[in-house]
Design a protein around this ligand. Structure first.
Ligand SMILES: Cc1ncc(COP(=O)(O)O)c(C=O)c1O
Length: 487
Protein backbone atom coordinates (compact mmCIF):
# COMPACT_ATOMS: atom_id res chain seq x y z
CA UNK A 1 0.00 0.00 0.00
CA UNK A 2 1.28 3.50 -0.73
CA UNK A 3 1.36 6.29 1.82
CA UNK A 4 -1.19 8.11 -0.37
CA UNK A 5 -3.63 5.22 0.07
CA UNK A 6 -2.99 5.22 3.80
CA UNK A 7 -3.74 8.96 3.87
CA UNK A 8 -6.99 8.34 1.93
CA UNK A 9 -8.04 5.61 4.37
CA UNK A 10 -7.48 7.94 7.31
CA UNK A 11 -9.35 10.71 5.57
CA UNK A 12 -12.35 8.49 4.87
CA UNK A 13 -12.42 6.78 8.27
CA UNK A 14 -11.80 10.05 10.11
CA UNK A 15 -14.86 11.63 8.51
CA UNK A 16 -17.05 8.56 9.11
CA UNK A 17 -15.97 8.15 12.73
CA UNK A 18 -16.39 11.86 13.38
CA UNK A 19 -19.98 11.59 12.13
CA UNK A 20 -20.63 8.56 14.38
CA UNK A 21 -19.25 10.35 17.44
CA UNK A 22 -20.95 13.68 16.82
CA UNK A 23 -24.35 12.05 16.14
CA UNK A 24 -24.03 9.97 19.28
CA UNK A 25 -22.92 12.93 21.41
CA UNK A 26 -25.87 15.00 20.17
CA UNK A 27 -28.30 12.33 21.42
CA UNK A 28 -26.59 11.62 24.77
CA UNK A 29 -29.25 13.32 26.87
CA UNK A 30 -32.08 11.21 25.44
CA UNK A 31 -30.39 7.87 24.66
CA UNK A 32 -31.34 5.07 27.11
CA UNK A 33 -28.42 4.72 29.51
CA UNK A 34 -28.72 0.92 29.67
CA UNK A 35 -29.73 -1.39 26.83
CA UNK A 36 -32.38 -4.02 27.50
CA UNK A 37 -30.36 -6.64 25.58
CA UNK A 38 -29.48 -9.83 27.45
CA UNK A 39 -26.08 -11.58 27.13
CA UNK A 40 -27.84 -14.08 24.86
CA UNK A 41 -29.17 -11.32 22.59
CA UNK A 42 -25.68 -9.88 22.28
CA UNK A 43 -24.00 -13.23 21.75
CA UNK A 44 -26.32 -13.76 18.76
CA UNK A 45 -25.26 -10.41 17.31
CA UNK A 46 -21.57 -11.28 17.39
CA UNK A 47 -21.54 -15.04 16.97
CA UNK A 48 -20.00 -15.19 13.49
CA UNK A 49 -17.43 -17.48 11.88
CA UNK A 50 -13.81 -16.32 11.79
CA UNK A 51 -13.72 -13.66 9.04
CA UNK A 52 -12.17 -15.03 5.83
CA UNK A 53 -12.49 -12.25 3.26
CA UNK A 54 -12.11 -8.75 4.66
CA UNK A 55 -15.01 -6.29 4.70
CA UNK A 56 -14.95 -2.62 3.83
CA UNK A 57 -14.43 -0.16 6.66
CA UNK A 58 -17.92 1.23 5.95
CA UNK A 59 -19.53 -2.16 6.52
CA UNK A 60 -17.64 -2.58 9.79
CA UNK A 61 -18.61 0.89 10.99
CA UNK A 62 -22.23 0.17 10.06
CA UNK A 63 -22.14 -2.81 12.39
CA UNK A 64 -20.61 -0.63 15.11
CA UNK A 65 -23.47 1.86 14.73
CA UNK A 66 -26.13 -0.85 14.62
CA UNK A 67 -24.97 -3.51 17.09
CA UNK A 68 -22.30 -2.04 19.36
CA UNK A 69 -22.95 1.59 20.27
CA UNK A 70 -26.69 1.23 21.13
CA UNK A 71 -26.04 -1.72 23.47
CA UNK A 72 -23.05 -0.14 25.18
CA UNK A 73 -23.49 1.19 28.70
CA UNK A 74 -23.84 4.89 27.94
CA UNK A 75 -21.08 5.94 30.33
CA UNK A 76 -20.74 9.44 28.80
CA UNK A 77 -24.42 10.18 29.51
CA UNK A 78 -25.32 12.91 32.04
CA UNK A 79 -27.78 10.34 33.47
CA UNK A 80 -25.01 7.83 34.23
CA UNK A 81 -24.29 7.78 37.97
CA UNK A 82 -22.15 4.65 38.13
CA UNK A 83 -18.76 3.61 39.44
CA UNK A 84 -16.38 6.58 39.03
CA UNK A 85 -16.60 6.22 35.24
CA UNK A 86 -16.51 9.66 33.62
CA UNK A 87 -17.76 11.32 30.48
CA UNK A 88 -14.41 11.46 28.68
CA UNK A 89 -13.18 14.86 27.52
CA UNK A 90 -13.36 15.22 23.73
CA UNK A 91 -9.68 16.10 23.60
CA UNK A 92 -8.88 12.89 25.47
CA UNK A 93 -10.90 10.83 22.99
CA UNK A 94 -9.07 12.31 20.02
CA UNK A 95 -5.74 12.12 21.80
CA UNK A 96 -6.33 8.38 21.92
CA UNK A 97 -6.62 8.33 18.13
CA UNK A 98 -3.37 10.30 17.80
CA UNK A 99 -1.70 7.96 20.26
CA UNK A 100 -2.77 4.92 18.23
CA UNK A 101 -1.65 6.57 15.03
CA UNK A 102 1.87 7.36 16.26
CA UNK A 103 1.99 3.93 17.93
CA UNK A 104 4.90 4.81 20.15
CA UNK A 105 6.15 2.08 22.39
CA UNK A 106 6.47 4.19 25.50
CA UNK A 107 8.26 1.43 27.41
CA UNK A 108 11.74 2.55 26.39
CA UNK A 109 12.98 6.05 25.60
CA UNK A 110 14.51 4.99 22.28
CA UNK A 111 11.16 3.64 21.05
CA UNK A 112 9.18 6.66 22.15
CA UNK A 113 11.32 9.68 23.00
CA UNK A 114 8.51 12.24 23.22
CA UNK A 115 6.16 9.79 24.92
CA UNK A 116 8.77 9.13 27.61
CA UNK A 117 9.26 12.87 28.16
CA UNK A 118 5.55 13.56 28.30
CA UNK A 119 4.94 10.67 30.69
CA UNK A 120 7.56 12.07 33.07
CA UNK A 121 6.03 15.54 32.75
CA UNK A 122 2.47 14.45 33.59
CA UNK A 123 3.82 12.41 36.49
CA UNK A 124 5.58 15.49 37.84
CA UNK A 125 2.35 17.48 37.52
CA UNK A 126 0.43 14.82 39.46
CA UNK A 127 3.16 14.74 42.14
CA UNK A 128 3.07 18.53 42.47
CA UNK A 129 -0.70 18.49 42.68
CA UNK A 130 -0.81 16.18 45.68
CA UNK A 131 1.89 18.17 47.47
CA UNK A 132 4.89 15.89 46.92
CA UNK A 133 8.37 17.48 46.73
CA UNK A 134 10.59 17.82 43.66
CA UNK A 135 12.27 14.43 44.06
CA UNK A 136 8.94 12.55 43.74
CA UNK A 137 8.26 10.54 40.60
CA UNK A 138 6.01 7.76 39.41
CA UNK A 139 4.80 5.60 36.59
CA UNK A 140 1.57 5.41 34.63
CA UNK A 141 -0.45 2.24 35.03
CA UNK A 142 -3.50 0.70 33.40
CA UNK A 143 -5.67 1.88 36.29
CA UNK A 144 -6.02 1.94 40.05
CA UNK A 145 -5.72 -1.83 40.44
CA UNK A 146 -2.34 -1.99 38.76
CA UNK A 147 -1.22 1.22 40.47
CA UNK A 148 -2.01 -0.36 43.85
CA UNK A 149 -0.11 -3.51 42.86
CA UNK A 150 2.97 -1.47 41.89
CA UNK A 151 2.86 0.48 45.17
CA UNK A 152 2.41 -2.65 47.28
CA UNK A 153 5.33 -4.31 45.51
CA UNK A 154 7.53 -1.34 46.45
CA UNK A 155 6.27 -1.68 50.03
CA UNK A 156 7.00 -5.42 50.08
CA UNK A 157 10.46 -5.01 48.58
CA UNK A 158 11.42 -2.50 51.24
CA UNK A 159 11.18 -5.30 53.82
CA UNK A 160 14.36 -6.98 52.54
CA UNK A 161 16.90 -6.21 49.80
CA UNK A 162 16.56 -9.86 48.71
CA UNK A 163 12.80 -9.77 48.20
CA UNK A 164 12.94 -9.20 44.42
CA UNK A 165 15.35 -12.10 43.98
CA UNK A 166 13.98 -14.59 46.47
CA UNK A 167 10.38 -13.54 46.90
CA UNK A 168 8.90 -14.33 50.28
CA UNK A 169 11.76 -16.79 50.94
CA UNK A 170 13.62 -13.58 51.85
CA UNK A 171 11.30 -13.30 54.83
CA UNK A 172 7.68 -12.66 54.16
CA UNK A 173 5.86 -15.46 55.86
CA UNK A 174 4.29 -13.26 58.50
CA UNK A 175 4.00 -9.90 56.82
CA UNK A 176 0.81 -7.97 57.55
CA UNK A 177 -0.92 -5.12 55.70
CA UNK A 178 -3.69 -2.94 57.14
CA UNK A 179 -6.50 -1.23 55.27
CA UNK A 180 -10.10 -0.39 55.98
CA UNK A 181 -12.77 -2.98 55.23
CA UNK A 182 -13.92 -0.43 52.63
CA UNK A 183 -10.67 -0.59 50.64
CA UNK A 184 -10.80 -1.56 46.99
CA UNK A 185 -10.58 -5.29 46.25
CA UNK A 186 -7.38 -4.73 44.27
CA UNK A 187 -5.45 -4.40 47.54
CA UNK A 188 -6.31 -7.95 48.53
CA UNK A 189 -5.74 -9.24 45.01
CA UNK A 190 -2.33 -7.55 44.86
CA UNK A 191 -1.21 -9.26 48.07
CA UNK A 192 -2.16 -12.57 46.51
CA UNK A 193 -0.18 -11.76 43.33
CA UNK A 194 2.82 -10.66 45.42
CA UNK A 195 2.91 -14.03 47.13
CA UNK A 196 1.88 -12.69 50.52
CA UNK A 197 -1.57 -14.24 50.40
CA UNK A 198 -4.94 -12.59 50.74
CA UNK A 199 -4.98 -13.27 54.46
CA UNK A 200 -2.01 -10.96 54.99
CA UNK A 201 -4.55 -8.13 54.69
CA UNK A 202 -6.11 -7.08 57.97
CA UNK A 203 -9.45 -5.51 57.09
CA UNK A 204 -9.95 -2.89 59.76
CA UNK A 205 -13.49 -2.03 60.71
CA UNK A 206 -14.85 1.41 59.96
CA UNK A 207 -16.68 3.97 62.07
CA UNK A 208 -20.34 4.81 61.46
CA UNK A 209 -19.31 7.15 58.63
CA UNK A 210 -17.19 4.43 56.96
CA UNK A 211 -13.73 5.79 57.78
CA UNK A 212 -11.04 3.42 58.97
CA UNK A 213 -11.29 3.15 62.75
CA UNK A 214 -7.91 4.20 64.10
CA UNK A 215 -8.33 2.52 67.50
CA UNK A 216 -9.10 -0.78 65.77
CA UNK A 217 -6.00 -0.34 63.60
CA UNK A 218 -3.76 0.19 66.64
CA UNK A 219 -5.28 -2.90 68.24
CA UNK A 220 -4.71 -5.04 65.13
CA UNK A 221 -1.07 -3.96 64.89
CA UNK A 222 -0.55 -4.72 68.58
CA UNK A 223 -2.09 -8.18 68.18
CA UNK A 224 0.14 -8.95 65.20
CA UNK A 225 3.29 -7.77 66.97
CA UNK A 226 2.39 -9.88 70.00
CA UNK A 227 1.95 -12.88 67.73
CA UNK A 228 5.41 -12.32 66.17
CA UNK A 229 4.10 -11.03 62.84
CA UNK A 230 5.56 -8.08 60.97
CA UNK A 231 3.35 -5.11 60.09
CA UNK A 232 4.89 -3.58 56.96
CA UNK A 233 2.28 -1.48 55.22
CA UNK A 234 -0.74 0.66 56.02
CA UNK A 235 -3.14 1.67 53.25
CA UNK A 236 -5.39 4.69 53.61
CA UNK A 237 -8.15 5.36 51.10
CA UNK A 238 -8.94 8.84 49.82
CA UNK A 239 -12.34 8.33 48.22
CA UNK A 240 -13.57 4.82 49.03
CA UNK A 241 -15.28 2.96 46.23
CA UNK A 242 -18.62 2.56 48.01
CA UNK A 243 -19.01 5.85 49.89
CA UNK A 244 -16.30 8.19 48.58
CA UNK A 245 -15.09 9.06 52.09
CA UNK A 246 -11.51 9.79 53.07
CA UNK A 247 -9.68 7.90 55.81
CA UNK A 248 -7.92 9.93 58.55
CA UNK A 249 -4.67 10.24 56.59
CA UNK A 250 -2.53 12.22 59.10
CA UNK A 251 -3.24 9.69 61.84
CA UNK A 252 -2.50 6.78 59.54
CA UNK A 253 0.77 8.44 58.50
CA UNK A 254 1.74 8.77 62.15
CA UNK A 255 0.89 5.14 62.97
CA UNK A 256 2.85 4.01 59.90
CA UNK A 257 5.87 6.06 61.00
CA UNK A 258 5.73 4.76 64.57
CA UNK A 259 5.61 1.15 63.33
CA UNK A 260 8.14 1.48 60.50
CA UNK A 261 5.46 0.72 57.92
CA UNK A 262 5.18 1.86 54.33
CA UNK A 263 2.22 4.24 54.02
CA UNK A 264 0.22 4.00 50.81
CA UNK A 265 -2.77 6.19 49.97
CA UNK A 266 -5.24 4.88 47.42
CA UNK A 267 -6.52 8.17 46.00
CA UNK A 268 -7.60 6.57 42.73
CA UNK A 269 -10.83 8.53 42.87
CA UNK A 270 -10.43 11.25 45.52
CA UNK A 271 -7.01 12.45 44.34
CA UNK A 272 -8.71 14.98 42.07
CA UNK A 273 -9.87 16.94 45.13
CA UNK A 274 -6.33 18.31 45.07
CA UNK A 275 -7.36 20.58 42.17
CA UNK A 276 -9.82 22.44 44.36
CA UNK A 277 -8.64 25.08 46.82
CA UNK A 278 -12.02 24.67 48.49
CA UNK A 279 -11.79 20.92 49.07
CA UNK A 280 -8.12 19.93 48.94
CA UNK A 281 -7.72 20.14 52.71
CA UNK A 282 -9.73 16.89 52.86
CA UNK A 283 -6.60 15.22 51.45
CA UNK A 284 -4.36 16.60 54.20
CA UNK A 285 -1.67 14.03 55.04
CA UNK A 286 -1.52 12.51 51.54
CA UNK A 287 1.85 14.20 51.02
CA UNK A 288 3.24 12.06 53.87
CA UNK A 289 2.50 8.83 52.02
CA UNK A 290 5.38 6.80 50.58
CA UNK A 291 3.16 6.13 47.57
CA UNK A 292 -0.14 7.28 46.13
CA UNK A 293 -2.49 5.77 43.57
CA UNK A 294 -4.17 8.42 41.39
CA UNK A 295 -6.47 7.51 38.50
CA UNK A 296 -6.82 10.19 35.82
CA UNK A 297 -9.49 7.97 34.22
CA UNK A 298 -11.82 8.66 37.12
CA UNK A 299 -12.35 12.30 38.13
CA UNK A 300 -10.07 13.84 35.50
CA UNK A 301 -12.32 12.68 32.63
CA UNK A 302 -9.45 10.98 30.79
CA UNK A 303 -10.80 8.09 28.68
CA UNK A 304 -9.93 4.60 29.93
CA UNK A 305 -7.49 3.53 30.76
CA UNK A 306 -5.07 5.69 32.70
CA UNK A 307 -3.87 5.22 36.27
CA UNK A 308 -0.71 6.33 38.07
CA UNK A 309 1.48 5.25 40.96
CA UNK A 310 3.30 8.20 42.53
CA UNK A 311 6.27 7.68 44.83
CA UNK A 312 7.39 10.31 47.31
CA UNK A 313 11.07 9.42 47.41
CA UNK A 314 11.59 9.28 43.67
CA UNK A 315 11.93 6.92 40.73
CA UNK A 316 14.78 4.95 42.27
CA UNK A 317 12.25 3.35 44.64
CA UNK A 318 10.34 2.01 41.63
CA UNK A 319 13.51 0.95 39.87
CA UNK A 320 14.72 -0.91 42.93
CA UNK A 321 11.56 -2.98 42.64
CA UNK A 322 11.14 -3.31 38.88
CA UNK A 323 14.34 -2.61 36.95
CA UNK A 324 15.78 -5.24 34.65
CA UNK A 325 18.12 -4.84 31.69
CA UNK A 326 17.34 -7.22 28.83
CA UNK A 327 20.18 -7.42 26.27
CA UNK A 328 18.14 -5.87 23.49
CA UNK A 329 17.36 -2.79 25.60
CA UNK A 330 20.74 -2.34 27.23
CA UNK A 331 22.69 -0.26 24.67
CA UNK A 332 24.61 2.61 26.18
CA UNK A 333 23.50 5.60 24.14
CA UNK A 334 25.75 7.95 26.03
CA UNK A 335 23.21 10.01 27.89
CA UNK A 336 20.76 9.55 30.69
CA UNK A 337 17.99 8.17 28.52
CA UNK A 338 17.61 5.00 30.63
CA UNK A 339 16.12 7.35 33.21
CA UNK A 340 13.11 7.54 30.89
CA UNK A 341 12.75 3.83 30.20
CA UNK A 342 9.41 3.30 31.85
CA UNK A 343 9.63 -0.49 31.60
CA UNK A 344 12.15 -0.12 34.45
CA UNK A 345 9.56 1.57 36.70
CA UNK A 346 6.63 -0.80 36.57
CA UNK A 347 5.24 -4.07 35.36
CA UNK A 348 4.42 -3.28 31.70
CA UNK A 349 6.82 -3.86 28.81
CA UNK A 350 5.28 -2.48 25.64
CA UNK A 351 3.02 0.35 26.68
CA UNK A 352 0.75 2.85 24.98
CA UNK A 353 1.57 6.52 24.71
CA UNK A 354 -1.13 6.91 27.35
CA UNK A 355 0.40 10.03 28.76
CA UNK A 356 -0.63 11.91 25.59
CA UNK A 357 -4.32 12.01 26.49
CA UNK A 358 -3.55 12.90 30.09
CA UNK A 359 -1.17 15.67 28.97
CA UNK A 360 -3.78 17.06 26.56
CA UNK A 361 -6.56 16.90 29.18
CA UNK A 362 -4.32 18.65 31.73
CA UNK A 363 -3.55 21.43 29.23
CA UNK A 364 -7.14 21.73 28.02
CA UNK A 365 -8.73 21.96 31.48
CA UNK A 366 -5.94 23.57 33.46
CA UNK A 367 -5.95 23.36 37.23
CA UNK A 368 -8.74 25.93 37.31
CA UNK A 369 -10.99 24.00 34.93
CA UNK A 370 -10.64 20.86 37.01
CA UNK A 371 -11.23 22.79 40.23
CA UNK A 372 -14.45 24.26 38.83
CA UNK A 373 -15.76 20.84 37.79
CA UNK A 374 -14.80 19.20 41.09
CA UNK A 375 -16.49 22.00 43.05
CA UNK A 376 -19.59 21.79 40.88
CA UNK A 377 -19.83 18.02 41.33
CA UNK A 378 -19.64 18.43 45.11
CA UNK A 379 -22.35 21.12 44.98
CA UNK A 380 -24.57 18.89 42.84
CA UNK A 381 -24.04 15.95 45.19
CA UNK A 382 -24.94 18.22 48.12
CA UNK A 383 -28.06 19.27 46.20
CA UNK A 384 -29.03 15.63 45.65
CA UNK A 385 -28.49 14.92 49.35
CA UNK A 386 -30.60 17.91 50.42
CA UNK A 387 -33.45 16.87 48.09
CA UNK A 388 -33.36 13.33 49.50
CA UNK A 389 -33.33 14.73 53.04
CA UNK A 390 -36.60 16.55 52.28
CA UNK A 391 -38.30 13.27 51.34
CA UNK A 392 -39.64 11.07 54.15
CA UNK A 393 -39.27 7.95 52.05
CA UNK A 394 -35.48 8.15 51.74
CA UNK A 395 -32.77 7.88 54.36
CA UNK A 396 -29.20 8.85 53.61
CA UNK A 397 -26.27 6.68 54.71
CA UNK A 398 -23.02 8.39 55.72
CA UNK A 399 -21.66 11.80 54.78
CA UNK A 400 -20.90 13.59 51.53
CA UNK A 401 -17.13 14.05 51.29
CA UNK A 402 -16.70 13.64 47.54
CA UNK A 403 -19.31 13.34 44.79
CA UNK A 404 -20.84 10.12 46.16
CA UNK A 405 -24.22 9.95 47.89
CA UNK A 406 -25.51 6.73 49.47
CA UNK A 407 -29.10 6.27 50.60
CA UNK A 408 -31.89 3.77 51.18
CA UNK A 409 -35.50 3.81 50.08
CA UNK A 410 -37.49 3.36 53.26
CA UNK A 411 -41.14 4.46 53.13
CA UNK A 412 -43.19 3.35 56.16
CA UNK A 413 -44.36 0.15 54.46
CA UNK A 414 -40.74 -0.87 53.74
CA UNK A 415 -39.47 0.11 57.19
CA UNK A 416 -42.03 -2.32 58.62
CA UNK A 417 -40.43 -5.22 56.72
CA UNK A 418 -37.70 -7.52 58.08
CA UNK A 419 -34.16 -6.31 57.29
CA UNK A 420 -33.57 -8.84 54.51
CA UNK A 421 -36.79 -7.73 52.80
CA UNK A 422 -35.77 -4.08 53.09
CA UNK A 423 -32.52 -5.00 51.32
CA UNK A 424 -34.46 -6.69 48.54
CA UNK A 425 -36.49 -3.49 48.07
CA UNK A 426 -33.26 -1.51 47.57
CA UNK A 427 -32.10 -4.02 44.99
CA UNK A 428 -35.52 -3.94 43.35
CA UNK A 429 -35.42 -0.16 43.07
CA UNK A 430 -31.92 -0.20 41.60
CA UNK A 431 -33.07 -2.74 39.01
CA UNK A 432 -36.22 -0.84 38.13
CA UNK A 433 -34.23 2.33 37.51
CA UNK A 434 -31.74 0.39 35.42
CA UNK A 435 -34.50 -1.25 33.36
CA UNK A 436 -36.20 2.08 32.75
CA UNK A 437 -33.08 3.14 30.81
CA UNK A 438 -33.54 6.66 32.19
CA UNK A 439 -30.54 6.53 34.54
CA UNK A 440 -27.98 4.15 35.94
CA UNK A 441 -26.53 3.78 39.41
CA UNK A 442 -25.38 0.67 41.27
CA UNK A 443 -26.04 -0.54 44.80
CA UNK A 444 -23.51 -1.59 47.42
CA UNK A 445 -23.46 -3.12 50.88
CA UNK A 446 -22.57 -0.88 53.83
CA UNK A 447 -22.23 -2.38 57.29
CA UNK A 448 -24.24 -5.34 56.07
CA UNK A 449 -27.14 -3.38 54.54
CA UNK A 450 -27.93 -3.04 50.82
CA UNK A 451 -27.64 0.63 49.93
CA UNK A 452 -28.13 2.71 46.79
CA UNK A 453 -25.07 4.61 45.59
CA UNK A 454 -24.99 7.57 43.24
CA UNK A 455 -21.78 9.15 41.95
CA UNK A 456 -21.80 12.32 39.89
CA UNK A 457 -18.88 12.00 37.51
CA UNK A 458 -20.00 13.64 34.29
CA UNK A 459 -19.24 17.25 33.44
CA UNK A 460 -22.53 17.13 31.50
CA UNK A 461 -24.65 16.51 34.59
CA UNK A 462 -26.67 19.51 35.77
CA UNK A 463 -29.35 20.14 38.40
CA UNK A 464 -32.09 19.14 35.97
CA UNK A 465 -30.53 15.68 35.66
CA UNK A 466 -30.45 15.37 39.44
CA UNK A 467 -34.13 16.47 39.55
CA UNK A 468 -34.95 13.84 36.88
CA UNK A 469 -33.21 11.23 39.02
CA UNK A 470 -35.23 12.16 42.09
CA UNK A 471 -38.50 11.97 40.11
CA UNK A 472 -37.46 8.58 38.77
CA UNK A 473 -36.61 7.28 42.24
CA UNK A 474 -39.98 8.43 43.56
CA UNK A 475 -42.02 7.00 40.70
CA UNK A 476 -40.19 3.65 40.48
CA UNK A 477 -40.18 3.38 44.27
CA UNK A 478 -43.95 3.84 44.45
CA UNK A 479 -44.44 1.00 41.98
CA UNK A 480 -42.29 -1.22 44.19
CA UNK A 481 -43.18 -0.53 47.81
CA UNK A 482 -45.91 -2.67 49.32
CA UNK A 483 -49.10 -0.77 50.15
CA UNK A 484 -49.05 0.66 53.65
CA UNK A 485 -52.01 -1.06 55.34
CA UNK A 486 -54.72 1.44 56.20
CA UNK A 487 -55.28 1.80 59.97
C1 LIG B 1 -10.55 3.48 45.63
C2 LIG B 1 -10.27 2.69 44.40
N1 LIG B 1 -9.06 2.17 44.22
C3 LIG B 1 -8.74 1.44 43.14
C4 LIG B 1 -9.68 1.21 42.18
C5 LIG B 1 -9.33 0.35 41.00
O1 LIG B 1 -9.25 1.13 39.85
P1 LIG B 1 -9.35 0.48 38.40
O2 LIG B 1 -10.75 0.00 38.27
O3 LIG B 1 -8.99 1.62 37.53
O4 LIG B 1 -8.37 -0.62 38.33
C6 LIG B 1 -10.97 1.72 42.31
C7 LIG B 1 -11.99 1.48 41.29
O5 LIG B 1 -13.10 1.93 41.37
C8 LIG B 1 -11.27 2.49 43.46
O6 LIG B 1 -12.49 2.99 43.66
Amino acid sequence: MSTDSLRDQHEHLGRSVTRLITDHAARLDSTPVVSAATPDDLRKLFDEPLPQAGLSADEILDQFARDIAPHAMQVPSPHYFGQFNPTPLAIGVWADALCSYLNQNAGAWRNGPTSAMIESQVLRWLCELIGYGKEAFGVLASGGSEANLIALKCARDRVSPDMCRLGTRAGGADLAVYASEQCHFSVEKSLDILGLGRESLRKIKTDDRFHLNVAALREAIKDDLNAGRRPFCIVGVAGTTSTGVIDPLPELAEIARANDCWFHVDAAYGGALAFSDKHKSKLGGIELANSVTFDPHKWMFVPFSCGATLVRDGGQVLRDSFDMSPEYLSEDRGFADAEYDFFRYGQMGTRRFNSLKLWMCFKFMGKRGYAETTNRHLELTGYLASRLDELDDFERTGEIETAVCCFRYLPGSVRALPVAEQDRVQQGLQQRVEKSGKAFFPSTVLHGRRTLRVNINSYLTERRHVDDLIELLISEGQKLAPETPSP
